[in-house]
Design a protein around this ligand. Structure first.
Ligand SMILES: [Fe+2]
Length: 323
């Protein structure tokens, strides 16, 4: 029979962990002998065994305590299920319809039966998953930058007042666009089943990127003034359709490809008259994001195909100047 000697180790000092480990080595219904010199060992062992579903059997003097392994612990995991696999490349890694009862469990974890159901609205692989999200998230993490050091904020420059005013107005326009760009991924990430971990991470880092863009444009606008420009009804109405868009793929497509494309055009316009900030952020904000976004969404364009006419209405004629 298996034996364990706790010597003078008390239950409050971790003796129960040693007992638990010893029990793990025997089958349900089998016994181990527990010995030890700690005061009240029998009382503490009995209380612990009761709470864990095991039983202590009376024994003779000095022959130790007989502990029988109960079925409660193994029974607890009856009905548990594996939540896919941590590796998204495995065939069953990312499942088509992860149950809402998997909740916040890490993909690949064993989930105890009876967990509460979460009301994730985006819970189907066909709605949200793209293989590219794995690589894009890693790329986004590696491309993080610090606005404080990436942009020479203290660089001397002087612009004609009307040019500076125009820059401030453009920055004001860009800030509200960036706010929309931050809200869209944030709104979807709150609805997304965490089973799609890499997409969740990608959306989160996109939101963080947009927060940084808001910071940079605000900081540039306020370099020479303490007052921002105008916010128009047309601009806000246009952005509202983006914020209100209920379809994940379409909202992200409009935001990442069309929106960022417009931004790149505007940033180039700003760069041309040497508008002062000499945006070191230009490449980071524009071309990299747009390129990444194009690659990402090329994976889902097929699915979007049927929505093409709707997208066309929202985007307007190809080649139309940004308004
Ligand atoms: Fe942005």
């Amino acid at each position: 029979m298996n034996q364990i000697d706790l010597r003078d180790l008390r239950f409050g000092e971790g003796a129960h962990l040693l007992v638990k480990r010893a029990l793990a080595g025997i089958a349900v219904g089998e016994e181990i002998v527990v010995r030890g010199q700690a005061p009240d060992l029998e009382v503490h062992l009995e209380a612990w065994a009761r709470s864990e579903g095991h039983r202590v059997r009376a024994s003779g003097e000095n022959s130790g305590l007989y502990l029988r392994r109960g079925a409660a612990e193994s029974g607890r995991w009856h009905g548990a299920e594996r939540a896919g696999d941590a590796d998204p490349r495995k065939p069953e890694g990312v499942v088509e319809k992860p149950p809402r009862r998997w909740g916040l469990a890490a993909r690949g974890a064993t989930v105890e039966a009876g967990a509460p159901e979460f009301s994730f609205q985006l819970a189907e692989k066909s709605q949200v998953w793209a293989e590219e999200s794995v690589r894009l998230y890693a790329q986004a993490v590696a491309a993080q930058w610090d606005p404080n050091t990436a942009i020479p904020w203290d660089a001397e420059f002087e612009l004609p007042q009307e040019i500076e005013d125009t820059v401030v107005q453009l920055m004001t326009y860009l800030i509200e666009n960036e706010a929309a760009a931050l809200i869209v991924p944030s709104r979807f990430v709150a609805q997304l089943h965490p089973h799609f971990r890499e997409v969740m991470q990608l959306l989160a880092i996109q939101a963080a990127d947009e927060a940084r863009h808001v910071e940079v444009f605000t900081r540039r606008a306020l370099l020479k003034t303490d007052r921002l420009g105008l916010s128009t009804v047309g601009g806000q109405a246009s952005l509202k359709t983006l914020v209100d868009e209920p379809d994940f793929a379409i909202a992200s497509f409009l935001l990442s490809v069309m929106g960022e494309g417009t931004f790149l055009t505007l940033l180039r316009f700003l760069e041309r008259p040497r508008a002062g900030a000499r945006h070191a952020s230009h490449d980071t904000i524009g071309s990299k994001r747009r390129g990444a976004a194009r690659r990402f969404w090329s994976c889902t364009l097929e699915g979007i195909g049927k929505e093409r006419s709707r997208i066309a209405r929202q985007v307007g004629p190809v080649g139309a100047p940004p308004t």
